[in-house]
Design a protein around this ligand. Sequence first.
Ligand code: 13P
Ligand code: SF4
Length: 311
Amino acid sequence: MLTQELLDEFKSLKERHDAVVLAHYYVDADAQDLADFVGDSYFLAQKAATLDCKTLVFAGVEFMAESAKLLSPNKRVLMPEPTADCPMAHMLRKETIDAAREEYGDDLAVACYVNSTNEMKAWSDVCVTSSNAQHIVERLPQHNVLFVPDLHLGHYIQQQVPSKHIILNDGFCPTHEAIEVREVQALTEQYPEAVVCAHPECASWVLDHAHYIGSTSGIIERCVQGSEDTYVICTVHGVLHEIEKRVKEAGDADRKRFLFPATTPICPNMARVTGQKVVACLRDFSGEVFVDERYADGAKRALERMLELAK
Ligand code: 13P
Ligand code: SF4
């Protein structure tokens, strides 16, 4: 809980610096509550590209704040926790792309999940997020698509778009990959009527048990709109904050039950982004994001192509 004194300071800092706060659903609940917009990575990238303000505070991990800076280079972008990084964002070697380009030539597109460094984005043809990857891959003119860095999202997209030949890389999210089938089964045995909702970063053997597969926003929407009473959620626990808020607003709080795998998926990097740090970065502009000019143009091009193709 943030003190009233801190909330008052936050309000005046925001006004003084013409700041807007964006937060991902995985960050600490206080940070989500301070945000003007909370969303999944696609929604937040769209907001960053279109908002009219001088300062953006991005409560999320590095690749999200860097994408915001690339899409909105004239704004000052601040990261409340500048060391919050996504391990999957580094799980790709340039040789993987070079080998695929060598083998498939012009009939290859490199689709890069936004959970990636700017350098990787610059090597690629288009970025995707979990909520638009299928649509974008379907629309690519090439038959062969090297999907990087996430193995599991790439595998899921291959199942959804069988007309394409998807070449997979071996990156993964340690938090989603740690979710085990037996944890999900333990819950569905106890609650056979439960709707299993999973993020496509989960391994295929977990996705095989899901009734709904989608981005964080998609999962939240499914849980809030669903007529069912019990939901098993296979993604990071942070989504529960938004689900509980919206279910309460809908008058369904007493009826609905939300369960997570027993090991409780937490993204350690996102969890370090707290409300206190959101306020602190506005005091001294600590955690300002600067992008490496060597990759800025290439990465921006891949992100802008995503925004265009996702329409
Ligand atoms: P979303 O695209 O659902 O926001 O997911 C981002 C992410 O990092 C999932 O682990
Ligand atoms: Fe990266 Fe996984 Fe955390 Fe998402 S949950 S930011 S993919 S480590």
